[in-house]
Design a protein. Structure first.
Length: 195
């Protein structure tokens, strides 16, 4: 076999290996949504060029998240609340970010857990909702074993880091649309309930 023939065989083997690798990677896609079929060359415009589109695997950057309230905490820690949604199960879910804008890691999160005593006690279980209109305080929901329905495992927030959080509460009456949200060591933030 001449060198020219070996080059053709090697090129064909490379193409075949690339095709097998592409099929293997496609099969490992997990639970992605099916992609829309691409337009064929027959769908070209009159000028003969196809419209530019983004790469099929490119993801769009998420749009800006609405901030409905902020509260100053200890050191350089800030609480940013993004939503307070009344759900069909008669509870309210408050979610947002805890941000460290300082240059030092923040590790004093024990006060945030309230009286949480579960194995993963580092949490925001000490959060409360206060319905000033109904003169009632709501505490974080707990399951039958006493574990909070909230973010757990917050033990350290590095400099410049943001940690997402959520906490679920019993829903105040539907006539109440505004409540005060608080976590120990943070200032209280007034938030509107949607949904």
């Amino acid at each position: 076999m001449g060198i020219r023939h070996m080059a053709k065989v090697r090129g064909g083997a490379t193409v075949a290996a690339a095709a097998v690798l592409a099929l293997t990677l496609t099969g490992c896609g997990g639970d992605e949504q099916p992609k829309a079929p691409q337009k064929s060359a027959g769908a070209q415009g009159q000028s003969g060029s196809t419209a530019q589109s983004s790469a099929p695997n490119a993801t769009k950057a998420p749009g800006p998240v609405e901030v409905i309230a902020t509260a100053k905490g200890p050191a350089s820690i800030t609480l940013e609340i993004n939503s307070a949604i009344r759900d069909a199960g008669n509870f309210v879910t408050v979610s947002g970010l805890i941000k460290n804008s300082g240059t030092q890691a923040y590790v004093e999160t024990a006060a945030w857990r309230g009286d949480e005593r579960s194995a993963s006690a580092a949490s925001v279980a000490g959060a409360t909702l206060i319905d000033k209109q109904g003169k009632k305080r709501y505490y974080v929901l707990r399951d039958t074993e006493g574990r909070c329905s909230c973010t757990i495992g917050i033990t350290r927030i590095g400099p410049g880091e943001s940690v997402p959080f959520f906490a679920q509460f019993p829903a105040p009456p539907t006539s109440t649309s505004e409540v005060d949200f608080g976590i120990p060591t943070f200032a209280t933030a007034t938030i509107k309930i949607s949904g």
